[in-house]
Write a protein that binds this ligand. Structure first.
Ligand code: DGL
Length: 280
């Protein structure tokens, strides 16, 4: 079993890509709807909530948990991997969405130790993410380490996750997106935007709205596809540890199961029933 953790609905974008890429694998999805949005929380809170979520998924039998949430991956992953996991079960693994995304953004393997190309072409990357992911500064730091000539511009889309979770009218979401994209483009000071990364799992749900406001010429990285490819490679490299089982995905939420089920049923186009976990 492979766990997929998110603060709410957003990780379903990642889950859908994982199921499509690896239909033979079994996934357990946990949305911490009771505590979202993580992007507006303090780091210590995000670490504690993510740890609780990963524990639940381990208890359900997951040997490997993917933090589908960028905010959790940016703020909590390293701490959990280094300070918590070894004392819990060193055989289990927690992976995030950040590493594969940075690898694609920089065209360089995470652990590649060959000298970086400081004279590489100047490229601009725009990152749209939650406030906490932006203030963690992890994406620009990790990208610049590997591709120093890349100019990284970040824009926090405060409040957007809530609008998506609450499924407010698309015009309200459109107005918010227009404002955030305009703020990102203003930072570029007339430079051309080469690549955009929707650095929050909720944003691909409204990718069509982002596309209305982003320049036609910029490439939009698809994080769900990137993560699916990376996980599939990882599982092939560790085939002996993770045998496929082919069982149907399970869905857990700390929030209201009826709301989560309704959203996921629309999202997947088939009935999805979330099981309720009581929020800690
Ligand atoms: N979906 C999460 C992410 O990828 C964060 C959403 C939230 O703020 O809870 O960053």
């Amino acid at each position: 079993l492979i766990g997929v953790f998110d603060s709410g609905h957003g990780g379903l974008t990642i889950l859908r890509a994982l199921v499509q890429a690896m239909p033979e694998r079994s996934f357990v999805y946990l949305g911490d709807h009771a505590h979202m949005p993580y992007g507006e929380r303090m780091p210590a809170d995000i670490v504690a909530l993510t740890q609780a979520g990963v524990s639940t998924l381990f208890d359900r039998g997951c040997k490997l948990v993917v933090l589908a949430c960028n905010t959790a991956a940016a703020v909590a992953l390293r701490t959990l991997q280094q300070d918590w996991l070894p004392g819990v079960d060193p055989q289990r693994r927690i992976l995030g969405v950040l590493v594969p995304t940075v690898e694609v953004a920089t065209n360089r393997a995470w652990l590649d130790e060959s000298p970086v190309n400081t004279a590489g072409p100047v490229r601009t990357i725009g990152i749209l993410a939650t406030r906490r992911t932006v203030t963690s500064n992890v994406y620009p730091e990790e990208i610049r380490k590997r591709a120093p000539s890349t100019l990284v511009f970040q824009q926090a889309c405060a409040g957007l996750v809530n609008l998506i979770e609450q499924q407010v009218h698309e015009d309200i979401i459109r107005a918010a997106v227009a404002e955030h994209v305009a703020a990102l483009l203003a930072q570029l000071d007339g430079r051309k935007l080469d690549v955009v990364m929707l650095g929050c799992t909720h944003y691909p749900i409204i990718a069509h709205i982002f596309a209305e406001f982003l320049p036609d010429t910029c490439e939009v990285l698809s994080q769900p596809q990137i993560v699916a490819r990376s996980l599939s490679d990882y599982l092939q490299r560790h085939a002996a540890l993770y045998a496929p089982s082919g069982a149907a995905p399970q869905f857990l939420t700390t929030g209201n199961p009826a709301t989560a089920s309704a959203f996921a049923t629309t999202f997947f186009g088939k009935t999805v029933a979330f099981e309720s976990l009581s929020a800690p």
